[in-house]
Design a protein around this ligand. Sequence first.
Ligand code: FEO
Length: 168
Amino acid sequence: MLVKRMEDAINDQMNFEIYSAHIYLSMVSYFESQGLPGFANWMRAQYQEEIFHAMKMFDYLNEAGGRAVISALDAPTTEWESPLAAFENALEHEQLVTSRINNLMDIAREESDHATSIFLQWFISEQVEEEASVGDIVNKLRLVGDGGALFMLDRDLSTRVFTAPKEE
Ligand code: FEO
């Protein structure tokens, strides 16, 4: 059984994961408008990954004796100055998600909620991968600038296919 404080905190993060999905979906549209279908493809997979994260929390809430509650979300940004600016925004966002997941773990420990601690461990590991994959593209974009190499990077990113992240 989840204590109310834990249930509310997971619900807050579940909705934040849906908000993350909206940010990345907005980036899909931005990249498509810029004639960069590979970047758009990569972000589409990222959008699906965020929905996966949200649904993992949704299912946990309902299975652990709480209740998933969907709430209103802020509208995401729709314009970025450049592909690099969009990916820098994504990296900052992932760093924020990491700090929020760490905060959830702190609450689970304070409440001696061992089941939720184990559940959150997956997200702690997942965030290491999330920051690394976005950070890698930020670094590549800083190297290629706005020149023709951008289109080669676009081709590389066109190969990403969403697969549900490993369970453990
Ligand atoms: Fe669900 Fe990208 O963190």
